[in-house]
Design a protein around this ligand. Structure first.
Ligand code: SAM
Length: 279
């Protein structure tokens, strides 16, 4: 029996179901249930919430979420070898866990979820950034989720919370911070996982803002930011040259020096520039 529930320890679950980790599936498992419960707590009070989990694997984080009182967990797992282990968790928490055997990039789980919804996941590293970008760029804002509590490689986590002037600052920081509050809430060394990955990891907690921090058309903002950072070492008057004949005037009107580089420009100024590009 484990410390947080009546189910067997994860090492035994993995041995019983022969769940040897597969690199191709981004499988680095968390086996310490006290740690997975701690990650679940970073998502806030789960008692009145449905939780969407991507990649439950043998179920360590899933058990943490349920032990921390999640109303329901909907978990999407691509590797069907994990299903019998997850079925045992379903039986221990009747009616509270639904497992969808699918590729998280190819399925829309919304029909299975009731708001308020929090997303919590130890993401497969090969699809993590793609999923985050999708969750941050829905057709409608506010999005379906209230918060995202996500494990990333440390380097990706730093790109999400980066501030102007830092090396990590770029498209991901601007995208995340435009419509959400984002902070790193936990750091994990490689040894926390089985097998240990090559790099450290971190948990990022993002809370959706009711509306974007500054007004701007999402497509124009993305376009301006993409252009600016595609040549991040260039001055903006050169990097954005093709966008408008009077780009220098527009940069000045947005409060940006034409000789500035993208990595020093704050979100507020990028939004001002996107608004000026609309006219
Ligand atoms: N949540 C478990 C934990 O914390 O120990 C496992 C995390 S492991 C880093 C990533 C999990 O995502 C694996 O179980 C893997 O099979 C699953 N996975 C990989 N690609 C996926 C995809 N496209 N859709 C859904 N699950 C996927």
């Amino acid at each position: 029996m484990s410390t947080i529930d009546t189910l067997p320890p994860l090492r035994q679950v993995i041995a019983d179901h022969e769940l040897s980790a597969r690199k191709s599936m981004g499988q680095n498992f968390l086996l310490d249930l006290n740690l997975t419960a701690k990650i679940a707590r970073q998502a806030g009070d789960l008692t009145g919430c449905d939780v969407l989990e991507i990649g439950p694997g043998p179920g360590g984080l899933t058990r943490g979420l349920l032990a921390e009182g999640a109303r329901r967990v909907v978990a999407i797992e691509k590797d069907q070898r994990c299903l019998p282990a997850l079925e045992e968790i379903s039986r221990a928490y009747p009616g509270q866990l639904s497992v969808l055997n699918a590729d998280a990039l190819a399925i829309d789980p919304l029909a299975h979820l009731t708001p308020p919804i929090r997303v919590v996941a130890n993401l497969p590293y090969n699809v993590g950034t793609e999923l985050l970008v999708r969750w941050l760029t829905p057709a409608q804002w506010p999005p379906f989720w209230d918060s995202l509590t996500l494990m990333f490689q440390r380097e990706v986590a730093e790109r999400i919370v980066a501030q102007p002037g830092s090396k990590a600052y770029g498209r991901l920081a601007l995208l995340a911070q435009w419509r959400a509050d984002a902070r790193i809430v936990m750091s994990l060394p490689p040894e926390a996982f089985t097998p240990p990955p090559k790099v450290s990891s971190a948990v990022v907690h993002l809370t959706a803002l009711p509306e974007p921090r500054y007004p701007a058309d999402p497509k124009l903002l993305e376009h301006v930011v993409a252009k600016a950072f595609n040549q991040r070492r260039k001055m903006l008057r050169a990097a954005l040259k093709g966008m408008a004949p009077d780009i220098e005037d527009r940069l000045i009107a947005a409060g940006i020096k034409p000789t500035d580089r993208a990595e020093t420009v704050a979100l507020e100024q990028f939004c001002a520039l996107a608004r000026l590009m609309a006219s």
